[in-house]
Design a protein around this ligand. Structure first.
Ligand code: ATP
Length: 515
């Protein structure tokens, strides 16, 4: 982890970069911004949509065992009573009693300023630590008050009459919509166990201290799915062989003790399973798939990812075992994706409170069996957090022939444009060819940017910065020989290619991409 100044400088740099390139801006910027809320600009929207589309394609559209769902944002209050969020979706909060009166998230304050892990500590123990260590407000140096718990759910009033019966909540997770809609899904489909239900959508969390740019915000898009099995078959994972040789970096509970000095142990999933590091085979399977998705499909550096098991005291009220896929950000190893084993907890809660049967029926040679399905894994990840991660992972400053260039080395699959087309000059014959290439590539499904302003060098730099992986330049020779120059963003290699082969050549280059 960098020191506070270096970290601050990096965050300022990446935020300014995001602003300048049209990735993200503070919401209501002209009025000073609103903490924890961000708007996405023209480039940010493209990258975000492509990440989301990649997720939906790989985890829903291209799988036979996962279906989609889209629940309402404002949710029936009983849903949150059953799920336990009304009583347990809380974070520890402490107020500054000095000049600034700032509210701090207590666990983060202790971790960042006393360098003590808080997973095992109760609210009272954290309060005692503040007194013992004489921890003061980090903003004004004032004395800190008594810690309290704070519920993170935003609420609103539904309808014209404002009273307690009209209170409803903005969902803090998608999962509960999937659980409360479970009966409807199984009644209206012909799903066979095991299966998953996925949802991507905006959630709201009234975070005490939003920070680190897109890392901790109050409104974000969450992509998650619940994977259900028969409770007696949580280790029947027929596809396990397809992931068994995938290498992952593991940081289990045992490794999170002082005698282990390394940040993780690398092994394949088969080895980890044999060492009994995971509690159920499906959870191991999904962690391998998700880790692989980040490295192979989004191009994130595998050395900067690890699977960290939650400490017992850290587990959410619904989870039997949870693993996070963490990324090594400049502010340390932090959660990128969470994957909880939620057992039968949520469906049982809705079964009991709603009086609607949340059972699944299966017929075998012995007859009909009914059971409440078991959630072996819930891979859950914030879209903005992925965006921040690919920015942090791909942002590079390089010096090329004594000139500085900023380049965003992101996977072509999630780049804002597949390719940019530049006419070298505004000569009619050159423009005619550049236009023809532009239209043909679009018709073939490429996202293309036509760019004819400024010198070629400036155009390259503009596209390096936003991560466009390939640029095509049409020049005078193209008129004669039907060849154009294709320049690759990362290597800056330039190759002359025949116009009629461009589509195939670009597809090959996209497939070949490695970081
Ligand atoms: P934390 O303990 O850090 O507050 P959490 O463990 O409650 O977070 P989860 O419920 O596991 O978070 O959230 C699922 C995913 O949603 C996370 O892995 C992360 O990608 C994303 N996420 C969670 N909180 C935020 C936030 N405030 N801003 C942006 N993304 C978030």
């Amino acid at each position: 982890m960098k020191n506070d100044t270096e970290l601050q400088q990096f965050l300022e740099k990446i935020t300014a970069f995001a602003n300048k390139t049209g990735i993200a801006y503070r919401t209501g910027d002209i009025y000073g911004g609103l903490a924890g809320f961000w708007d996405f600009g023209p480039i940010g929207v493209e990258i975000k949509n492509r990440i989301k589309d990649a997720w939906w394609t790989d985890f829903v559209r291209n799988r036979d065992d996962i279906v989609g769902y889209e629940g309402a944002i404002i949710t029936h209050p009983k849903v949150w009573e059953a799920s336990g969020h009304l009583s347990s979706f809380t974070d520890p909060l402490i107020f500054c009693e000095g000049k600034c009166k700032k509210k701090h998230r207590l666990d983060h304050l202790i971790e960042d300023h006393l360098n003590i892990k808080t997973e095992d500590l109760s609210l009272e123990e954290m309060g005692e630590l503040v007194n013992q260590k004489k921890l003061l407000c980090t903003d004004c140096g004032g004395v800190l008050g008594k810690p309290i718990t704070f519920n993170l759910m935003f609420n609103t009033q539904v309808g014209p009459v404002k009273d307690t019966s009209s209170i409803a909540y903005l969902r803090p997770e998608n999962a509960q919509l999937i659980f409360s809609g479970f009966r409807n899904v199984i009644d209206s489909t012909r799903l066979k166990m095991p299966f998953g239900i996925a949802q991507s959508g905006i959630v709201f969390r009234n975070e005490i201290s939003p920070r680190n740019f897109l890392f901790r915000v109050r409104e974000y898009e969450l992509m998650e799915f619940e994977y259900f099995t028969n409770p007696e078959k949580i280790n029947d994972c027929p596809d396990f062989d397809t992931v068994s040789q995938i290498n992952v970096n593991i940081y289990s509970r045992e490794e999170q003790t002082p005698k282990f000095t390394s940040e993780y142990l690398t092994m394949n999933i088969q080895e980890a399973w044999e060492k009994k590091i995971f509690k159920n085979k499906w959870q191991a399977y999904w962690l391998a798939i998700c880790n692989n998705w980040f490295t192979q499909k989004l191009g994130i550096d595998e050395k900067k990812l690890r699977l960290r098991q939650h400490q017992k005291e850290e587990l959410s009220h619904y989870a039997l075992d949870t693993w996070d896929i963490e990324y090594n950000y400049l502010f340390g190893w932090k959660e990128l994706l969470g994957c909880a084993n939620r057992t039968q907890f949520d469906l049982e809660q809705h079964h009991n409170l709603s009086k609607h049967k949340m059972e699944f029926s299966e017929t075998d040679e012995k007859g009909v069996k009914r059971y409440i399905p078991y959630v072996v894994a819930e891979p859950s990840v914030g879209l903005g957090r992925i965006l921040l991660t690919v920015l942090a992972d791909g942002y590079q400053e390089e010096t090329v022939r004594n000139r500085k260039r900023v380049v965003l080395k992101i996977h072509p699959r999630i780049a804002p444009f597949d390719v940019a087309v530049f006419p070298l000059q505004k000569k009619p014959q050159i423009i005619e060819i550049a236009n023809r290439i532009f239209v043909t590539l679009r018709e073939e499904g490429f996202t293309v940017k036509y760019d004819d302003s400024g010198s070629i060098g400036k155009r390259y730099r503009r596209h390096d910065e936003i991560g466009t992986p390939f640029c095509i330049t049409v020049d005078f020779e193209s008129i004669e020989d039907n060849y154009v120059t294709v320049r690759e963003r990362d290597s800056m290699n330039q190759t002359r290619l025949r116009i009629e082969n461009l589509i195939q050549e670009l597809r090959n280059l996209q497939k070949k991409f490695t970081k």
